[in-house]
Design a protein around this ligand. Structure first.
Ligand code: SAH
Ligand code: DHB
Ligand code: MG
Length: 216
């Protein structure tokens, strides 16, 4: 029986997901000493599809890292589309800018350096799609900010809310896991959001994401 990573490899190969440029983006991040926690190629392709399915023109990302997910989303945007991506670590931002340059999307991307809690209030909405993928304890605050920067129909994705199942283990009170629960409860209590959560397995292990839509 194949394992989840082999299944990822099967679908990546068979669907022709990923390309040398994205491989280079991942390699640049690794060479720059960044943690290897970018979305997987298949998850990236899902984000690209979301950009296209929603017809997004303005995308907000919280958590740039080395620009892997950002490159994938920026490439899926129309020529006059824009990605605003928030990153606290100046070195991550520098690596990401080089990656955006190399991918030919730098003209569509604005990397904003600083704590997202500090930079979000200065942004102007509405965004059509928001990908939240930074410090997990802040997820409730980021979803609140995303709703404030939304319009009816805006789609919000929150990465890494399952964390190997820990979200449903009441004994786990680590801040990242508490953040997952709090953001789920916040979404449930927010009448402007309809949402689901999807678990994922694959190259990155057992995790999952929340997918929400702003109703009005
Ligand atoms: N979205 C990326 C992965 C992001 S990893 C991809 O899939 O390619 C999480 C990133 O969030 C890291 O680069 C980390 O430095 C950044 N981050 C952590 N805390 C943050 C904060 N308070 N504000 C903004 N970015 C933050
Ligand atoms: C971690 C963060 C991520 O955004 C991710 O996709 C996987 C792991 C982490 O902080 O461990
Ligand atoms: Mg993530």
């Amino acid at each position: 029986m194949a394992d989840a990573s082999e299944v990822d490899a099967y679908f990546e190969t068979t669907l022709g997901i990923g390309d040398p440029l994205l491989d280079r983006a991942r390699e640049r991040a690794r060479a720059g000493g960044l943690p290897d926690i970018a979305v997987s190629p298949l998850q990236g392709a899902f984000l690209a599809l979301l950009v296209r399915l929603t017809g997004a023109r303005r995308v907000l990302e919280v958590g740039t890292l080395g620009g892997y997910s950002g490159t994938v989303m920026a490439r899926a945007l129309p020529d006059d589309g824009a990605l605003v991506t928030l990153e606290v670590d100046p070195h991550h931002a520098e690596v990401a800018r080089a990656v955006f340059d190399e991918a030919g999307v730098a003209g569509k991307v604005d990397v904003v350096v600083g704590r997202a809690a500090d930079t979000l209030p200065g942004l102007e909405g509405p965004f059509d799609l928001v990908f939240i993928d930074a410090d997990k304890p802040s997820n409730p605050a980021y979803v609140r900010a995303a709703v404030d920067l939304s319009r009816a129909g805006t789609v919000i994705v929150v990465d890494n809310v399952v964390r190997g199942g820990a979200v449903a283990d009441p004994g786990d009170t680590s801040p990242a896991v508490t953040g997952s629960r709090e953001v789920t409860e916040l979404i449930a209590a927010e009448p402007r959001l309809e949402a689901t959560a999807l678990q994922t397995v694959g190259a990155k292990g057992w995790d999952g994401f929340l997918l929400a839509r702003v109703v009005g």
